[in-house]
Design a protein around this ligand. Structure first.
Ligand code: CU
Length: 349
């Protein structure tokens, strides 16, 4: 059973195309739990089409969410910290995280996982004050079915450059593990960690906004001077809105001019990765204000485009998003802090 999404000949918007691609890539296996269906879209280049595509996008999204909830009914996620069932860790000390999944009724451990963006597990660690973001990839033991990674220890694995100093400050952290279980679907497990240790107060300040609403930041990394622009746009739909982030990365050349970054490359099969959270991320274990987005590499311009369908997922107010872009062989992680006000849904029949 599968879902076919055929769209032709061309899209009015890069975003919609990407959102659909993203959706089919990420969620198609979930949809297998539902009735199979074929979807063919032919169209003329009109605004109506945009709304049509948008509602299809929303439909797929809600089906996928439904399927995910079904998966949640039969799968149990287990975490073990330093070999124990605990939430307590010591900041700065090596901390081993283990994760595994069992069938709720049979207790059987799931051992078959599908690759998702080049890895079978993606793990994100975010401090509750949004001052820390780490994106790492635990290792899977196919014999036991257990995923494992040790934080606060350096690894030579270039996809795990964040483990070395993952948890250095005291405070509350949310750990999120994303997998796709073979024949079951996607599963995101969470674990709250309480790190003992010094916890200096970190006030996250809003980035300065340009007159056109965009945000520009300058930073130096790996000996290179960079400039990055972020532009956010919202389109109201029948349920929630489509939020689009457009990001452009520039580097300083020998004449001190900023030119488009010259050595962009895919990281983990995607042009760029992004995680977006609202302030108060951890208020409630089951309603996290959390979004995970991807973009292809810029094609004929400088823009990475990230799309997210927000239907009461994000919370209005202070936000932070981290964009991860591989440039010149190194992954850059760039945070943006901004205001977001969720749009009321458009009036639809
Ligand atoms: Cu990842």
């Amino acid at each position: 059973m599968s879902v076919f999404l055929r769209i032709k000949p061309q899209f009015p918007s890069k975003t919609i195309r990407q959102s659909l691609e993203e959706l089919t890539k990420r969620n198609t296996p979930l949809l297998k739990l539902e009735k199979p269906f074929h979807l063919f879209i032919e169209y003329n280049y009109t605004k109506e089409l945009f709304m049509k595509l948008f509602s299809i996008f929303l439909l797929l999204f809600s089906l996928a969410s439904f399927a995910q909830i079904n998966g949640d009914h039969i799968v149990e996620t287990h975490f073990r910290i330093n070999g124990k069932d605990t939430n307590h860790v010591m900041a700065g000390k090596p901390t081993t995280i283990e994760v595994w999944y069992t069938h709720k009724d049979t207790g059987e451990v799931y051992k078959d996982f599908k690759l998702m963006h080049g890895k079978i597990m993606h793990m994100v660690l975010i401090k509750d004050d949004m001052s820390v973001f780490k994106h790492i990839h635990p290792y899977h033991d196919p014999v036991t079915g257990i995923f494992q990674i040790t934080l606060n220890l350096p690894l030579s694995d270039p996809d795990n450059f964040h483990t070395a100093e993952a948890l250095t400050k005291g405070g509350m952290y949310m750990l999120m593990a994303d997998v796709e279980i073979q024949d079951v679907g996607m599963r995101m497990g969470h674990k709250m960690l309480h790190a003992m240790g010094e916890n200096p107060v970190n006030t996250i300040l809003m980035d300065e906004v340009n007159p056109d609403g965009s945000i520009t930041k300058f930073f130096t990394e790996n000996g290179k001077d960079y400039k990055i622009n972020l532009f956010m746009e919202q389109t109201a739909g029948c349920s929630g809105s489509l939020v689009e982030f457009r990001v452009s990365l520039f580097e300083k050349d020998e004449n001190e001019n900023y030119i488009p970054a010259q050595a962009l490359e895919d990281w983990l099969t995607q042009g760029a990765h992004a995680v977006w959270v609202s302030d108060g991320l951890m208020h409630g274990m089951h309603h996290m204000h959390f979004a995970h987005m991807h973009s292809a590499l810029p094609v004929d311009d400088t823009e990475f485009v990230f799309g997210f369908h927000d239907n009461k997922i994000m919370k209005s107010g202070l936000q932070r998003a981290w964009f991860q872009i591989k440039e010149n062989g190194k992954v850059l992680t760039i945070p943006f802090t901004f205001d977001y006000q969720a749009l009321p849904s458009a009036q639809c029949r």
